[in-house]
Design a binder for this molecule. Structure first.
Ligand SMILES: [Zn+2]
Length: 215
């Protein structure tokens, strides 16, 4: 049984699930299940946001990832590692959440940045006879904060906007009435990584492009 502090919302294995989710280690089924849960659970969204910030702090400073452990200069490595831990602990202290001491903090986003071969092929494709025009971001662009999507479509007809991770797992889907869309990365708990966005009209794709989110 998990106690109240660790599990305010009652999601089974909440603590482990959040850790595994941030490390991209959940099975597709568990990931979808958890995503569906936290969409409606403020506690889990807050927890995700706090932990994500921790991960980012420790990620900016190269700490105990495999590649660093293999480097010959041991004194450098332990200095970095100590510094990373110090930063992480400071942050944890600041937000007053002590339960994270047991959680290793290094997250390597390399895997999330990898292009997906299948999706990359789709980004090169011309879709149907309807032409979509003046698309931004351009395929492969890097976005640092505002995720603003624009396009021109004959008659400005509504399209379905879908966002995929590089797995590819669908993270977001919405019907858009205009030819632009502003996605809030914090609201969607977007981690740094490569993403694919897809516009669908009348159940067929009319555009697929990729971008890298690097806040
Ligand atoms: Zn929850």
């Amino acid at each position: 049984m998990e106690n109240q502090l660790n599990n305010p919302c009652g999601f089974t294995n909440r603590d482990q699930t959040i850790t595994a989710y941030l490390r991209n280690e959940l099975s597709e089924k568990d990931e979808v299940q958890f995503e569906q849960h936290y969409m409606g659970c403020e506690d889990c969204r807050l927890e995700l946001r706090i932990r994500k910030q921790m991960f980012q702090v420790s990620d900016e400073i190269p700490i105990a990832t495999e590649s660093y452990e293999q480097q010959p200069n041991e004194s450098n490595v332990s200095w970095y590692r100590g510094f990373g831990w110090a930063a992480a602990i400071l942050l944890m202290g600041a937000i007053g959440i002590m339960q994270f001491f047991a959680t290793p903090t290094a997250v390597d986003y390399t895997a999330q940045m990898e292009p997906n071969t299948f999706m990359e092929q789709l980004t090169q494709q011309k879709w149907r006879s309807i032409s979509i025009d003046k698309v931004s971001p351009a395929n492969g662009d890097t976005l640092t904060e505002a995720l603003e999507f624009n396009w021109e479509f004959p008659g400005n007809q509504p399209v379905q906007f879908e966002l995929f991770s590089n797995e590819p797992n669908m993270i977001f889907s919405k019907k858009i009435e205009k030819s632009s869309f502003l996605l809030n990365p914090t609201e969607q708990n977007l981690l740094p990584g490569r993403y694919y966005w897809k516009l669908i009209y009348s159940e067929s794709p009319v555009y697929i492009g990729s971008f890298v989110y690097l806040p």
